[in-house]
Design a protein around this ligand. Structure first.
Ligand SMILES: Nc1ncnc2c1ncn2[C@@H]1O[C@H](COP(=O)(O)OP(=O)(O)OP(=O)(O)O)[C@@H](O)[C@H]1O
Ligand SMILES: [Mg+2]
Length: 406
């Protein structure tokens, strides 16, 4: 009886164990299932997050504004493609380096960084010069935003900026035009007022000259008066022309023919100085719709300046080409521009003077009036173009004129 009981107890415990094992198994299955579910949710969220990350990265990388973030020590933590393109650097070259190195003026940089990082004072549309790999100055307008997050490691400042190079050029151009307009009015008035009495003086002097017998030394003196009056008149004519250049009489003109004409006019002067002339034409250049006489005058002024800049020997090179006027950067209302470059190997222009050469009466020559370039820039503007200058001391000078093609 007891044996029977024992064996029954044993079988019961075996059955119980089997049951408990089974329930154990089923709970493990559930756990795996729930883990699998959690994994799926998590990996979906990771993918979603990755998409959001890529989306935001895409926005930041494709905006045309430059974007730089710095940490609380002023080190660069991120820099977008537009900023890298503008500064001509690779991402790895700049991340982790002090942003201070990108500013042109160190004192200004320290002031700005002190305001941003220590005083937490942000800027709105402030202007400053950056300096890229090629050491070229890049004027920018920037705005800053405080970057604060849960993790202080990411705290710092976001700097967004735009390249103001073109704006800078336009400003200079507008100032130039303003100055020219004012000066034009003033000189027109003065020239007019002086010309009349001069004409009277000249006539009187001529009458006086005739009253002396030939060989009278006083007749020589009066002759000198007449000569000086003629010289003054020439100067006044220049002023007058400057003040009232007249509306351009536009027609279709071949730039190439115009250059040849100017070269022929000045070729003997060039030969005397041993200056070589070279002309390169890139592609077929369409005729320009301009005032032939005005553009010819501009070319003569530029050639004469180049001749003045070269004592003995050297070369004048004219290059003609076409460029895409992307985003109408150089000219308004024209998708393409004809470019005329006139380069010489002369004495060059001091960098301090470079922005002043288009100013009326700016001259470094003892016999110069300083009107050649200001008249030229005005005539180019009147014909819808734009003129810029680049130069290096003792290397040479290049004037570039952009003409609209339409
Ligand atoms: N190709 C050049 N190379 C070097 N310096 C130049 C050149 N072109 C212009 N300059 C500088 O710019 C100044 C202004 O030129 P601009 O033609 O307006 O006047 P200018 O030649 O002095 O007198 P003018 O009224 O007789 O032309 C010059 O005096 C000279 O210093
Ligand atoms: Mg000149």
């Amino acid at each position: 009886m007891s044996k029977q009981f024992e064996s029954k107890k044993e079988s019961l415990s075996i059955i119980n164990k089997a049951y408990s094992d089974k329930s154990d198994l089923s709970s493990k299955d559930d756990k795996i299932k729930s883990l699998e579910n959690k994994y799926e949710v998590l990996s979906k969220r990771t993918k979603d997050l990755e998409k959001v990350y890529q989306f935001h990265k895409g926005i930041i990388q494709s905006i045309s504004s430059g974007l730089i973030t710095i940490d609380s020590n002023g080190s660069i933590t991120f820099i977008n493609t537009a900023a890298l393109g503008l500064l001509d650097y690779e991402y790895q070259e700049l991340v982790g380096t002090p942003i201070r190195n990108l500013f042109d003026d160190e004192r200004e940089a320290d002031k700005v960084l002190d305001e941003l990082l220590n005083k937490k004072r942000m800027f709105e549309s402030r202007e400053i010069n950056l300096i890229g790999r090629t050491k070229k100055l890049i004027p920018i307008g920037f705005t800053t935003t405080l970057l604060s997050s849960d993790d202080p490691v990411y705290d710092g400042v976001i700097i967004s900026f735009r390249d103001l190079t073109n704006l800078h050029h336009y400003r200079i151009q507008i100032e130039r035009i303003d100055r020219l307009a004012t000066l034009g009015e003033v000189s027109a008035g003065i020239a007019h007022e002086i010309r009349n009495p001069l004409a009277g003086i000249k006539t009187s002097a001529q009458v006086l000259e005739e009253s002396f017998s030939p060989g009278d030394h006083r007749s020589q003196l009066v002759g000198r008066i007449v000569k000086e009056i003629d010289r003054s008149n020439e100067l006044l004519k220049k002023f007058f022309h400057f003040a009232k250049p007249g509306k351009p009489k536009q027609e279709f003109v071949s730039l190439d023919t115009l250059i040849e004409g100017v070269y022929l006019l000045l070729s003997s002067k060039m030969r005397k100085k041993g200056i070589i002339f070279e002309k390169n034409i890139d592609t077929a250049i369409p005729d320009l719709y301009v005032d032939e006489n005005q553009i010819e005058q501009v070319l003569i002024n530029l050639f004469l300046n180049s001749l003045d800049a070269m004592e003995k020997g050297g070369s004048i090179t004219v290059n003609l080409k076409m460029v895409e006027n992307q985003d109408e950067i150089v000219l308004e209302n024209s998708s393409k521009a004809v470019v005329l470059e006139l380069e010489d190997t002369g004495c060059g222009i001091e960098s301090d003077n470079l922005e002043r050469v288009f100013n009326p009466f700016f001259t470094t020559k003892s016999n110069g009036v300083g009107l050649g370039l200001s008249i030229s820039s005005r005539l180019i503007e009147e014909n819808g173009g734009r003129i810029v200058v680049e130069s290096e001391r003792n290397q040479g000078t290049r004037f570039t004129i952009y003409f609209p093609t339409s």
